[in-house]
Design a protein around this ligand. Structure first.
Ligand SMILES: [Zn+2]
Length: 99
């Protein structure tokens, strides 16, 4: 975890707390802009039960191609994804330990 990620997490937490504290103000502002009506219209017209099912099925089927290849039996380094040869516990490319 780098310092930049930690800073982003702190800023994100502050943002979430601020949003939660002003949730009614934000909700009223969204209602005044007519966004809930538009979102409801989009949901009724485009996000039917079938469409949501298809989207979820695609998300499940779209697996990382590198992962499927490594499951066939090829031993791969978890850090640099290089093919491993022999029974060495250390990657020849990046030197990291492979348990
Ligand atoms: Zn490696």
């Amino acid at each position: 975890m780098t310092l930049r990620i930690r800073k982003l997490i702190v800023i994100g937490i502050i943002g979430v707390v601020f949003m939660a504290g002003n949730i009614l103000v934000i909700a009223n502002w969204l209602a005044a802009k007519g966004i809930p009506e538009k979102a409801n219209w989009i949901r009724e017209n485009f996000l039917t039960g079938t469409a949501i099912t298809v989207i979820i099925a695609l998300l499940i089927l779209l697996v990382n191609p590198g992962r499927t290849e490594s499951n066939i039996g090829q031993h791969r380094c978890p850090v640099c994804d290089k093919k491993m040869t022999g029974n060495s516990n250390y990657c020849s490319e990046c030197g990291c330990k492979v348990a």
